[in-house]
Design a protein around this ligand. Structure first.
Ligand code: EPZ
Length: 421
């Protein structure tokens, strides 16, 4: 397994381009199953999760052509299979996002039951209850979700989600766009990636009201066309580099990004003492060489502070001035990076779902192991801050969500390289 070797001490500086959003690309790739004519997608990030979703579509017989700039044309009319097999789902839980579109368009779907992962059990009960409310019959058999639409197709329903769920909202939205009648999804998630998905569905001919709100109203249509769509910038990748620059007292500029999708993160970075300037499609951050101030945060659904940025801020807080509290409310086990950070000399105490972080002057390099995508990012940031050489193992987690992370970090002056495992 590849590793990342990081020599700490560099202040990040320079300019990089932000890639397309993984968490918008995955549902939008699934949504292409709904189109009766080809969908052309651009700004897709070169990530393992994206290639896994493309492989999943291909193994269903869907036509996929990719050009050298990773622009993808997807034609679902050639589909032959309606199954998301275990071999693919076990590597990427987001495969569950084909469930809604397959059911809506073809009336059937067999999707391997996604297991939990390092950050939590991550059930899909709300996805399934919502589809049942739309008339689907759902059986769990041999580790598979076997879903069938009623005669005549899914029926519009008024469904209240017990918890705010990004994937649940996406699956049910994609099921509703072809259902007979009107569907109302209450307590819907409002993440920017859902807005991007909804706008792409509208470009395909869907009728959706309340985009960006917690109540989505969908009038089902008979069919959806193709469209051309450029996936939104990745707000979590952007936030990760901004936090890395703040933690190293640096000064960077990000291009091809969208500040409107990351207000909570920018507010917290300003609280940490960052001087931030915004343009139409760029964000600059300058610490003027100053050590960041510790910032407390509590994760919650958008527009509150995003759980996907929690571990990165923890790495910054580990060397910031002062004491901070970080509370994780979305996933039951998403503070796991605390133990690895403490092995690098951080001073973090865990109390239930809250970490109490006392900033130290410096971290010390150590061999560490990544456990999930965003925890890996926090270890890379910690490596940038630590005296000596940090070796981060199991970086396949990172390759799922960060395009060319070592090249981009090198462009910003980091001493980092991939070591074949
Ligand atoms: C999406 O995961 C993202 N993944 C996650 O990003 C992100 O952390 C998460 O949303 C929260 O923002 C993608 O978009 C591909 P949820 P998802 O359903 O949809 C519970 C990353 O690092 N829940 O909003 O799986 C669940 O257990 C990844 O890029 C139910 O109880 O998250 C969790 O506690 C990690 N029943 C909470 O809701 C359900 O049916 C939020 O989960 C569904 C969810």
């Amino acid at each position: 397994m590849d590793k990342l070797l990081i020599t700490g001490g560099a202040r990040l500086s320079g300019e990089i381009r932000v890639s397309g959003s993984k968490n918008a690309a995955l549902p939008i790739l699934a949504a292409t199953l709904l189109g009766t004519s080809p969908v052309r997608l651009s700004n897709l990030p070169h990530l393992n999760d994206v290639t896994t979703m493309i492989s999943l579509l291909r193994c269903m017989g869907v036509g996929v052509t990719i050009d050298e700039r990773m622009c993808v044309e997807i034609d679902a009319s050639s589909i032959t299979e309606y199954e998301a097999p275990y071999e693919l789902v076990k590597t990427m839980r987001a495969s569950i996002l084909v469930l809604g579109p397959l059911l809506a368009r073809f009336g059937r779907a067999d999707v391997s039951f996604p297991g939990g992962c390092a950050i939590g059990s991550r059930p899909v009960d709300i996805h399934l209850r919502g589809l049942e409310a739309m008339g689907a019959t759902i059986e769990i058999d041999g580790g598979y979700i076997r879903a069938r639409a009623p005669e005549g197709g899914l029926r519009g329903a008024h469904f209240l989600m017990d918890k705010v769920t990004v994937g649940g909202t996406e699956n049910l939205l994609m099921a509703a766009v072809l259902a007979n009648g009107t569907t109302v999804l209450d307590n819907a998630a409002k993440e920017p990636e859902i807005v991007d998905l909804a706008n792409c569905l509208v470009a395909m001919g869907a009728k959706i009201k309340g985009i960006g709100s917690d109540r989505l109203e969908v009038d089902g249509v008979a069919e959806l066309n193709g469209c051309s769509w450029s996936v939104m910038p990745d707000r979590i990748e952007a936030g990760t580099y901004l936090v890395a620059a703040a933690a190293t007292c640096g000064s960077i500029k990000l291009k091809d990004t969208d500040a409107d999708s990351m207000e909570a993160v920018l507010i917290k970075l300003r609280e940490a003492g960052a001087d931030i300037e915004l343009g139409d499609d760029w964000i600059s951050l300058n610490m003027h060489g100053k050590r960041p101030r510790a910032v407390s945060l509590r994760t919650a659904p958008h527009p509150a502070f995003p759980t996907d940025m929690q571990s990165q801020f923890m790495a910054m807080n580990a060397v910031a001035e002062g004491i901070s509290q970080i509370t994780e409310t979305i996933f039951e086990n998403r503070l796991i990076q605390v133990h690895e950070l403490n092995r690098m000399g951080a001073n973090i105490a865990l109390e239930g779902n809250t970490a109490l972080v006392t900033g130290v002057e410096k971290l010390k390099a150590a061999p560490v192991m990544a456990s999930d995508l965003r925890a890996s990012a926090s270890l890379v940031i910690a490596g940038l801050l630590a005296e000596g050489e940090t070796l981060v193992d199991r970086i396949y987690h990172i390759d799922r969500g960060y395009e060319c992370i070592e090249e981009k970090m090198q462009q910003l002056g980091a001493k980092i390289r991939r070591v074949p495992g």
